[in-house]
Design a protein around this ligand. Structure first.
Ligand code: PLP
Length: 440
């Protein structure tokens, strides 16, 4: 790979000031790992070593790193219009991107509210749900339902509906009126499922009826789930689960929110996971793959029912009292537009759908690798589970040293490569995991 400019090419001497997120800073800084460049499927370490990126950065870089078209779009926009607020002022890129994005979205999603990250997208969606009901004269619908083991970012709203206790424990009671569905991971019945597990889907969803009975359904605003739970270790929804959740929400007039921050933009072989899985929510949260990770951005796609409900207010009022300085940021909008064009021109969603069977077969070939207790996959997502978090962490560290970036989450290695991954690269990922699992 050609070195572009030698900016930030070597690790710095002083590591203390940058407080790294979700990182044990002191331990990491005793044994730091750096990357300084990226291109296509690879990162490059300071010593020039190429590292295959099996996690698309952090579920973001679906079109591969430093895609020339996206790089150029950001460069050009930065030189033309670096910033403009969208509070009562327009700049064309945000409108152009919104038009193209809603074109790619499922039918009936004709509006998008821009945010700066996945966490902001989630908080935006929760507030949209409450505001929608309030405008309908249903202001008593203030409660929310999330799910155990879900991740919805780190805002107080997202953290309240999320279901990973270790991430909540220092932060007090969070939002009141939140209940949690059970998670859908049932290795006793569904271990080593290929794609959507066969067992338990409707029963897991029926737990919602129990929550509604206990809480009174007329007090609930919305249910939020990740269609496939990503950050907790790729938990694939069992067959019939999402369909049943949708039916229960409809029966009780609740909004259904899909957090598609991971499953959006081709990960499941269609633009959105809801399209791939055939179940439509009312609100779709997205981020990450929106701009291919190149510029921070999040958003909520809003269906016509919710939009028209909020637009029924008098024309002189803001339909939604919410917004961020960086909603529709020019650089993010330019990156988003270029990213959508790349997805379309290179047929990346279709390519992901075509690669998925090969991906599935390759991951499941690890069933007899040392210490493997479960394997899960859907689209170009996967998880290989081992007996302990320590084993998963040690294997991920060895894989990095052997040239493959994989993330350990709890007991699992999680995988989400850029969508253009080639067969030989899938083979490299699988053989590296097999080797490293045998060494710990
Ligand atoms: C499903 C889901 N929602 C929300 C978020 C939060 O996104 P961000 O880190 O951009 O705030 C993430 C991040 O991984 C995610 O996976």
């Amino acid at each position: 790979m050609d070195a572009p400019e030698a900016r930030f090419a070597a690790p710095p001497n002083a590591l203390d000031a940058f407080w790294m997120p979700f990182t044990p800073n002191r331990a990491w800084k005793r044994d730091p790992r750096f990357v300084t460049q990226a291109q296509g499927m690879h990162y490059v370490a300071p010593d020039g070593r190429r590292i295959l990126d099996a996690i698309a950065g952090l579920w973001c870089v679906n079109a591969g790193h430093c895609h020339p078209k996206i790089v150029e779009a950001v460069r050009a926009q930065a030189g033309q219009l670096d910033f403009a607020s969208s509070f009562g002022l327009g700049h064309p890129a945000a409108f152009e991107y919104a038009n193209c994005l809603t074109e790619a979205a499922p039918e009936g999603f004709n509006r998008v509210f821009f945010a700066g990250s996945g966490s902001e997208a989630v908080d935006t969606a929760l507030k949209l749900a409450l505001a929608f009901h309030a405008v309908q004269g249903q202001g008593q619908r203030t409660k929310l339902v999330g799910r155990q083991r879900s991740y919805h970012g780190v805002g107080f709203g997202g953290l309240s509906v999320a279901g990973i206790g270790s991430q909540r424990k220092h932060f007090g009671p969070l939002l009141p009126g939140v209940s949690h569905l059970p998670h859908t991971h049932d290795p006793r019945q569904n271990a080593f499922s290929r794609g959507r597990p066969e067992h338990g889907g409707e029963a897991f969803a029926d737990a919602l009826e129990g929550i509604l009975y206990a809480q009174d359904p007329s007090t609930i605003a919305a249910v939020i789930v990740e269609p496939v739970a990503g950050s907790t270790g790729v938990l694939v929804p069992p067959q019939g689960y999402l369909e049943r959740l949708r039916a229960i929400c409809d029966r009780h007039v609740l909004l259904l929110i899909f957090d598609e921050v991971v499953t959006g933009f081709g990960r499941l072989g269609a633009a959105f996971g809801s399209q791939a899985l055939g179940v439509m929510p009312d609100l779709i949260c997205c981020a990450k793959g929106m701009t291919n990770g190149a510029v921070p951005m999040g958003g909520v796609l809003i269906n016509d029912r919710v939009a028209e409900g909020l637009y029924s207010q008098p024309e002189t009022t803001s339909e939604f009292m919410h917004g961020y300085t960086y909603s529709g940021h020019p650089l993010a909008a330019a990156a988003g537009l270029a990213t959508l064009e790349v997805y379309q021109e290179e047929g990346l969603f279709q390519r992901a759908a075509e690669t998925a069977p090969r991906w599935e077969a390759a991951l499941h070939s690890l069933r007899d690798a040392q210490g493997v207790t479960d394997i899960r996959n859907i689209g170009l997502l996967g998880a290989i589970e081992f007996g302990s978090p320590a084993a998963a962490k040690a294997i991920a560290a060895r894989c990095f040293d052997d040239g493959v970036l994989i993330r350990a989450v709890g007991e699992a290695l999680v995988l989400s490569p850029p969508l253009a991954i080639e067969d030989s690269q899938i083979d490299q990922i699988v053989s590296t995991i097999r080797k490293c699992a045998g060494e710990v």
